[in-house]
Design a binder for this molecule. Structure first.
Ligand code: 5AD
Ligand code: SF4
Length: 467
């Protein structure tokens, strides 16, 4: 007699928003794997569907509710076959609007905030029994990381590692301090152990993640907490880990040791995302950013002194309440002065419950549109000029996978630009010298330097091979 093998349950996760959410989705898949859930390609027919939402920009809840409408039909189809689809809403919209979700979409089984993912298996079990939805958006006292399984799924050549979550800064426009809660750093030992596992699983580049990643202050084995600079120095010692990055930083937390790490660690890539939001001191004060334009420019100078090839990226908001034409001009001047390799820019959009949403002097929509168009044109030109400036250089490229065309490989430059070159797939995972032939607006085209050995450019990027 043969024993019936239970058919694997299919799990579909749709992820909106930031890299933190991408990471969280992978962790949710990890905690559900022991219950027999394997990834599905589409929500139709899945046994469990998780919508991992992002609240940071407009229309998040409209998108969510229209998706929930579609999933209601998929759920009914499955029920007609006598099967069940467990439907969960996770992420920041769940955190902020949990009660509204269960009221407007009672077919949702589970609503869970970002602090409670380790409880997913329990919630799934409860949802399978309960008639109504399970709501878990409280901030529990225990750290969620301590309850997640050790064996994070291998992420490939480039991997993300969350080291910090939450934010205590309360910028006037931002929901993160409300939805993600207070700042929290993972202990050093847990971070180092996860980094070693990622490297053992094939990661050559690790990007440390956190809403305020450079506010990191993790408990250390030797007593006092470590800042991000110290953590990066320890990570840089891991054999086989060629590249380190971190995002997203706040100017207020760029301390001396972190800036020095950019000078001292060749594996810390010369590219930094450092949101400034505005180039006007008046607006920065209204935003409660806790830094001035001069502070920001001083940090940029010190970073460029530490690492002369460092390129910068940033976030900008146009049309914050009270932003005048002169304030906006000041932002344009800051961009001209600093020069950015890439950037994200947004029209201010009021988030309910944040101080700026109720502030007087909201900027007219048409004015925001005009300012955003002008700002993006300038930033696009700067990005194109930066990419074009790489042409003719030979740069170290981490090969990450197949390119768009047969016989091509894709990789990334030290400055996070996508790079395409002809080459064999067995280069995946190696850092190889590439001569840049052309810098396009969004990527670089290059050719492998013939006969050159992997790894070394002007900065050593890899551990020497064992003798
Ligand atoms: N309106 C517009 N942009 C916002 N951001 C955050 N909140 C808002 C908002 N209410 C932008 C900021 C932040 C990035 C992640 O999203 O620039 O740095
Ligand atoms: Fe939001 Fe970043 Fe400001 Fe924190 S520091 S409130 S995450 S914009």
């Amino acid at each position: 007699m043969t024993t019936a093998v239970p058919h694997p349950k299919r799990l579909f996760i749709r992820t909106w928003g930031c890299q933190m959410n991408v990471y969280d989705s992978a962790r949710m898949a990890d905690v559900l794997a022991p219950l027999g859930y394997a990834p599905a390609e589409a929500p139709e027919g899945a046994d469990m569907v998780i919508l991992n939402t992002c609240h940071i920009r407009e229309k998040a809840s409209e998108k969510l509710f229209s998706e929930l409408g579609r999933l209601r039909a998929a759920k009914q189809e499955k029920a007609a076959l006598g099967e069940r689809m467990v439907l969960a809403v996770a992420g920041c919209v769940a955190q902020a609007e949990g009660a509204e979700i269960t009221a407007r979409a009672p077919w949702v089984d589970i609503v869970l905030g970002p602090q409670t993912y380790h409880r997913l298996p329990e919630m799934v079990a409860r949802a399978s029994r309960a008639a109504g939805a399970v709501i878990e958006t409280d901030f529990p006292v225990e750290a969620k990381f301590d309850h997640l399984p050790d064996a994070a799924a291998p992420q490939g050549v480039t991997a993300f590692l969350t080291v910090q979550e939450g934010c205590d800064k309360f910028c006037s426009f931002c929901v993160v301090p409300y939805t993600r809660g207070a700042e929290f750093s993972r202990p050093v030992a847990a971070v180092l152990a996860e980094a070693r596992r990622l490297v053992a699983g094939g990661a050559r580049e690790i990007t440390l993640l956190g809403q305020n990643v450079n506010a990191y202050h993790g408990d250390a084995p030797d007593g006092p907490t470590w800042g991000l600079g110290r953590l990066l120095r320890a990570l840089a010692e891991i054999p086989g880990l060629a590249r380190l990055r971190y995002t997203t930083s706040h100017p207020r937390d760029m301390d001396d040791d972190l800036i020095a790490a950019h000078a001292d660690l060749p594996s810390l890539m010369p590219y930094l995302h450092l949101p400034v939001q505005s180039g006007s001191d008046r607006v920065l004060a209204a935003m409660n950013r806790g830094h001035t334009v001069e502070d920001f420019l001083g940090i940029v100078d010190r970073l460029r002194t530490a690492r002369p090839d460092l390129a910068l990226s940033s976030d900008f908001i146009v049309g914050h309440p009270g932003e005048s034409a002169a304030d906006f001009d000041a932002t344009m001047r800051l961009i001209e002065r600093v020069g950015f390799a890439s950037a994200f820019s947004f029209k201010y959009s009021p988030r309910p419950g944040t101080p700026a949403a109720g502030a007087p002097l909201q900027v007219a929509e048409a004015e925001k549109d005009a300012r955003l168009a002008a700002l993006q044109a300038l930033l696009r030109d700067q990005q194109a000029a930066f990419n074009a400036s790489r042409a003719g250089m030979t740069i170290p490229v981490l090969i990450t996978g197949a390119g768009r065309h047969p016989g091509q490989v894709a990789g990334r430059s030290p400055w996070l630009q996508p790079v395409h070159a002809d080459g064999p797939l067995d280069l995946v995972g190696q850092v190889v010298p590439v001569e840049v032939l052309a810098g396009h607006p969004n990527s670089l085209a290059g050719k492998l330097v013939p006969g050159a050995q992997a790894t070394r450019h002007h900065q050593p990027e890899e551990e020497p091979a064992p003798a």
